[in-house]
Each structure stands twice: as C-alpha cells, then as structure tokens.
Design a protein around this ligand. Sequence first.
Ligand SMILES: [Zn+2]
Length: 222
Amino acid sequence: MLSTSGSKMPPAGTSPLTTEAAIRTRVEVPVNLSDGSWRTAEMISFSGLADGREHIAVVFPSARSVPLVRVHSECLTGDVFGSARCDCGPQLTEVVDLFAESGGILLYLRQEGRGIGLYNKLDAYRVQDDQGLDTFAANRELNFSDDLRDYLVAAQMLRALDVPRIRLRTNNPDKVGQLRGYGIGVEEVIPTGIHRTERNHDYLRVKAEQGGHTIELLGESI
Ligand SMILES: [Zn+2]
C-alpha cells in the first residue's frame, strides 16, 4: 500500500534471503568530476535483481568498514541534460564529487520519474504545465501513485557487494525505512545538500510537504 507520507514497508513475506543477487561484472571507469579532474570508479553490474532492470553500483574506494551509500534513482532529464525542473542533477554531481574524495557506494537505480518511467514523467510535466498541478498531483492525475519506487534491488545489490551495514546519504525517510525492512543496517542517516533554484523551489517544497523529505528550507523562502 502506498501512501504520501511515512515509509513503505516491504511486502509481507518478502525476505532478503530469498532474493539474492550476485555480481555479474566489475569494471574500472574514469569518471569526470565537477572541477574537471578525473577519478577511477568501479562500475558493477548484477545478476538476479528482483525487477530484472540494469541497475549499477558505482564504487569509489573507502577505508571505512561501514561505507557511505547514496541510492540515486535515474533522472535522465536532470542527470544527463541538467533539467532545472528538479534537483537530481546537482544531487548526483554532489555525491560523485564527495565519494570520489572520501569513498562511497553510489547505487544508480533505473527507476525514472519515481518509478513511472520517462515517457510518463514527461506526460506528468505536461499535466503540471497545463493544469498547474504539483508533481504528486500530476502523477495522481495520470493514475499513478505518488511514489512507486521500491528499494529491494538496492538491498540486493548491497548484499551482493557484502555490505550489510551502511551510512546512508538521503533526505528521504522512505529509503531508510525500506532498506531497514529489507535487512540492511542503516547505522547513520546523513542529509544531502539542498540544491534550491528559482526553477525547482516549488518542486522541492512539494517533495518536503507531501513526499516526507527532510528538506531544511521550509522556514525560509522555499
Ligand atoms: Zn529529476
């Protein structure tokens, strides 16, 4: 059952132990950072992921026994083209820069548009523009729930990487609740930066008010 607030728990009977994934390929990839420098990351693919999609882990070496982890859901418009309708692009850049410096694991999940897919996300943008609806209302107008994202695959990937305990960078309590429900020990929750601009502040406000995200600018101009 999905809701607009609180955490979704895994479906009854779901056990992480019955849905094991395995590492398929590990390969080194030079990654460009925002200052123009390059760092080598290891990109890792998996077999046996529950939804059959091609999610990857991008791993920067870390000396910590409990690594920093960011679970980032794909946003083609923001990640690749720098769309100012959301804050995904700056969030991704921030975490890649940070992990390149201090180590960490980025789980890049292919669940565009809070799980509704790219085409449906563009439809929802159209509805937002035409009807003045916010991001959640537009999804509901198209008969989607507010947030279809499921983090079972993230838990599977961490387990395959032999990382049962993490420090999670997120403002989204749903990620914390789901990962814990799937058996991952989230030992610390570290908020991400807030990337507010004139064009995305309504989106961030709605994400905080309706999506339950802990975004710290509510008392200010957001
Ligand atoms: Zn986005």
